[in-house]
Design a binder for this molecule. Structure first.
Ligand code: SAM
Length: 241
């Protein structure tokens, strides 16, 4: 079965956008995944095709109506009944590679992109939506977050990346480390030399150097990831270096 992404959005023309190019675009044309952007406005019932209203309790901005969104969700879920329904929101759990791996291993995803001040809470609860945030930032709409999530999932689908890259070794892989730094030709550039070990041809030494660099980068840049890595290592009784 093809991994299917159904997007609920007020801006269907934003899709596939960048996902129509490069790796994801080729995979889309090859039928390795499917994409359907559904216009939420098509589920409004009044002649002005209204999708939002003022917030109860007052305050700035507009809120997306639960009745319109529920009808849109019903249509998307009917097409992908087994896929999780994800609402992209800064109030959600942070997107990370573990969640991306889970989603990519499933049948696909239904993504609800909010606009305005967001979505009526009742439809989130009634539909059992999984709330996911693209980061601790506020975007003007869920669409860029949806593109981000889809890009991360699609590259993990079978046959998309090919042999060129390994999802195991890169940042946020199974060990939870950041990746080591990369170098290519020329071997010296603007007075900066490539670390000599990388020119040595000793595979074991290269692997050891990369591991040390990955650990040092994680420790220095992301103490949160480093702590988690150490905890996991302790749990698996692997001796610390
Ligand atoms: N009032 C909301 C709040 O303070 O949490 C922000 C609303 S935002 C202007 C409009 C829409 O953009 C949201 O409903 C959500 O769908 C999307 N959005 C904004 N930031 C996001 C983020 N960090 N991750 C995922 N979606 C986001």
């Amino acid at each position: 079965m093809t991994w299917q992404a159904n997007i609920l959005t007020l801006f269907p023309e934003m899709f596939p956008g960048p996902l129509g190019l490069s790796l994801a675009g080729r995979a889309l044309r090859e039928g390795r995944w499917g994409l359907r952007a559904m216009d939420i406005r098509g589920f409004a019932t009044d002649r002005h095709r209204t999708v939002d209203d003022t917030p109860f309790g007052g305050g700035a901005g507009m809120v997306m109506r639960p009745d319109v969104l529920d009808a849109a969700c019903a249509a998307a879920v009917a097409e992908s009944p087994a896929a999780p329904l994800v609402y992209l929101t800064p109030r959600g759990r942070l997107l990370d590679q573990a969640l991306v791996r889970d989603l990519a291993a499933g049948p696909g995803v239904v993504l609800l992109c909010g606009r305005y001040e967001g979505v009526d809470q009742r439809v989130i609860e009634a539909r059992g939506m999984v709330e996911v945030s693209a980061g601790d930032v506020v975007l003007s709409g869920g669409e860029p977050a949806a593109l981000l999530l889809l890009d991360a999932c699609v590259r993990l689908l079978p046959g998309v990346m090919g042999a060129a890259a390994s999802a195991e070794e890169e940042s946020h892989g199974t060990e939870g480390l950041l990746e080591y730094p990369h170098y290519t030709r020329p071997a010296e550039w603007q007075g900066r030399a490539v670390p000599p070990v990388l020119l040595s041809g000793h595979h074991a030494e290269v692997a050891r150097w990369r591991r040390t660099e990955a650990e040092a980068a994680t420790r220095a840049r992301r103490p949160d990831l480093w702590d988690r890595h150490l905890r996991r290592r302790a749990e698996s009784h692997e001796p610390a270096e």
